[in-house]
Design a protein around this ligand. Structure first.
Ligand code: FO1
Ligand code: CA
Length: 305
């Protein structure tokens, strides 16, 4: 079995590629919940929803979140009433948050709710929240201490990041906990999500980093930086603000001591000599089509197995 760790868009695409070639019992996708928050009285889980919608084939490719072909009547009405409209919930997406919130308030764990929503979309593979309890990521910036979505959406990632505060005292979900010890796990694949915002929150949970490392199975990551730029999102801006070289070598340095290998894009072949202590594989990491996702997934699997 492959244990994949994922955040939003880039992670979801590779997870979909893995799901396209591995049977459901051979893949578990553990998803970041550090972005989660309560908004308009609803429990919002952006990365779980991005992974779910991507595996279901209904993700919105233009926005990078939410559902394709979305309508916005609810949001327009909220704005008309003078309500909060900085964080946009589409009409179809809204149903996800309402149903998740209803179930959570009824006492179901996030793991169970996530599984039920995935099944409703016809997804057979396991999508596992990293934690059942809240594990919010806090951004310390030149504008002070910001809740994640205040930084990401309200302030459009404009504040300068000084440090990330991750939920290190929160336990992994029971399902993730069991996966960490599952003898069937043959490798861990860190999807090309933002290492600081999406992957570190998973690894920071109580005991996770050390326990995964102690398994002794190959751990490989896919660089989300190609040609000195983030494929999507603020990874490059954050790296520069943290004083880290904006390159796949910078990603390798970040994961050094935890991963055995890093997959870099063909465009970054020149970075290979700057990377020490981490094995490297060159592959096509830009995923525009379903074929691209499956090809990268197959390349990574062939390397770790
Ligand atoms: N990202 C935005 O930039 N603007 C939004 O209005 C927005 C709404 C939204 C609604 C539901 C959802 O699941 C995600 C949403 N996102 C939005 C994405 C979210 O902020 C993610 O945490 C980031 O994309 C980082 O992964
Ligand atoms: Ca995210």
């Amino acid at each position: 079995m492959i244990l994949a760790l994922a955040g939003g868009v880039g992670g979801a695409k590779l997870a979909a590629g893995l799901a396209a070639i591995l049977p459901p019992e051979e893949l578990a996708i553990v998803v970041n919940t550090g972005d989660d928050f309560e908004h308009l009285g609803l429990n919002i889980c952006p990365d779980i929803d991005t992974v779910t919608y991507t595996l279901a084939g209904i993700a919105n490719p233009e926005l990078g979140w939410g559902i394709a072909g979305e309508s916005w009547a609810f949001m327009e009405q909220v704005a008309k009433l003078g309500g909060e409209s900085w964080f946009r919930l589409g009409d179809r997406d809204l149903a996800t948050h309402v149903e998740r919130t209803r179930r959570l308030r009824g006492g179901e764990r996030l793991t169970v709710v996530t599984e039920a929503l995935a099944r409703a979309h016809g997804i057979a593979h396991r999508i596992v929240p990293m934690a059942d309890d809240p594990a919010p990521t806090i951004v310390h910036s030149d504008e002070g201490r910001l809740a994640f979505q205040d930084y990401f959406v309200r302030r459009q990632c404009r504040p300068r990041v000084e440090r990330l505060e991750l939920a290190a005292n929160v336990r992994p979900s029971a399902a993730f906990d069991a996966l960490i010890d599952d003898p069937a796990i043959e490798a861990v694949i860190i999807c090309p999500s933002n290492p600081w915002l999406s992957i570190d929150p998973i690894l920071a949970l109580a005991g996770v980093r050390d326990r995964l490392r102690a398994r002794g199975v190959p751990i490989v990551a896919i660089s989300p930086i190609v040609g000195g730029k983030a494929v999507k999102g603020p990874a490059a801006k954050i790296m520069a603000e943290l004083g880290i070289p904006v390159s796949s070598a910078g990603i390798a340095a970040h994961y050094r001591g935890f991963v055995d290998g890093l997959v870099l894009d063909m465009a970054d072949a020149g970075d290979m000599e700057a990377i020490a202590g981490v094995r490297t594989l060159l592959a096509g990491t830009i995923m525009k089509s379903a074929g691209d996702r499956a090809r990268l997934a197959a390349d990574v699997l062939a390397w770790v197995r």
